[in-house]
Design a protein around this ligand. Structure first.
Ligand SMILES: [Zn+2]
Length: 243
C-alpha cells in the first residue's frame, strides 16, 4: 500500500501519444482508490481503453505498514479526548497541511473553536474568494467549516479563530509562538501519528518526506542582521570588477 501517495486524477497529462499520472501527497485510502474507477478524468485508464506510460508517486511510505484510515484515526482520537474532564484544554500540534478534518471533528466534539496563530488563520482565510471579507464565498468544500460562510446575508464563523479566550478548549497555535493559555502545564498535548504499528508504537509523521514546517512560520532573514544580508546580496549581485 502506498501510504501517503496521492492519485490526483486531474494531474493526468497527455500529449505526443503518451500519458503520465503525476501524484501529490495524500493518504491513499480504499475509498479514494475505488473512487478513481468512476472519475471521468481517468475512466479511459481505469477501464483499459488507454494505458499510462508513467506514474510518478510520492514514495514516503511504500513498505507494508498497516495504515488505519483517517476516519479510524479521528474516531480513536475522539474516544481518547472524551475521557478528559469537560474543562480540559488541549493543544493539537499541526505542523503541516492535512489535519483540517481533525480540526473540524475535534471542534465539533469539544464544542469549541480552535485558536490558531495569525499565520495559519491567514493561510486558511485564503480559502475564501476574498480572504478579507467574512461574507465572501468559500472556494473549496472544507472552507466553510474552517473559516466560516455566509447564509442569508449573515456571516457564520468557522472553527478556526484568532481568539485565545477562556471559552476556547483547543489550540493549534504555533509551537514557537504559543499563546499563554496553551502554555499552561495542565494543557493536554495531542501529537499526531500516521499509524499505529503492530508493536503498539505510533509512527510519528514529522520529518517523513519533508513538509514538516509548512504551517510553522519561520523568519527567512534574521531581524537586525541586515549587514550580513546586504553583504551576501552585494556579493551575489555585483561581481567584483576585473583587474
Ligand atoms: Zn493558543
Amino acid at each position: 500500500m502506498l501510504g501517503v501517495a496521492a492519485w490526483l486524477p486531474d494531474t493526468v497529462i497527455e500529449g505526443d501519444g503518451s500519458a503520465i499520472l503525476y501524484t501529490g501527497d495524500i493518504r491513499s485510502e480504499p475509498w479514494f482508490v475505488n473512487s478513481l474507477s468512476h472519475n471521468p478524468n481517468v475512466v479511459e485508464f481505469t477501464h483499459g481503453l488507454k494505458t499510462l506510460d508513467k506514474v510518478y508517486l510520492d514514495t514516503s511510505f511504500t513498505k507494508n505498514v498497516p495504515f488505519q484510515t483517517k476516519a479510524e484515526g479521528i474516531a480513536e482520537l475522539l474516544r481518547k479526548v472524551a475521557q478528559y474532564p469537560e474543562d480540559t484544554i488541549f493543544h493539537f500540534q499541526a505542523w503541516t497541511y492535512g489535519y483540517e478534518d481533525v480540526w473540524i471533528a475535534l471542534s465539533k466534539a469539544l464544542k469549541s473553536q480552535i485558536h490558531v496563530d495569525d499565520y495559519k488563520l491567514k493561510v486558511y482565510s485564503s480559502l475564501r474568494a476574498n480572504e478579507l471579507s467574512e461574507y465572501s464565498n468559500p472556494i473549496c468544500p472544507e472552507a466553510p467549516a474552517l473559516v466560516g460562510f455566509k447564509c442569508a446575508n449573515k456571516a457564520h464563523a468557522g472553527c478556526l479563530t484568532s481568539s485565545a479566550s477562556s471559552r476556547v478548549r483547543l489550540h493549534s497555535c504555533e509551537k514557537g509562538n504559543m499563546c499563554d493559555a496553551a502554555k499552561r502545564p495542565n494543557v493536554v498535548r495531542i501529537v499526531p501519528i500516521v499509524a499505529n504499528l503492530s508493536d503498539g508504537t505510533g509512527l510519528v509523521e514529522i520529518g517523513v518526506g519533508g513538509g514538516g514546517d509548512d504551517l510553522v512560520k519561520e523568519t527567512e532573514i534574521a531581524q537586525g542582521d541586515w549587514p550580513t544580508f546586504l553583504k551576501r546580496f552585494l556579493v551575489l549581485k555585483i561581481p567584483a570588477r576585473p583587474r
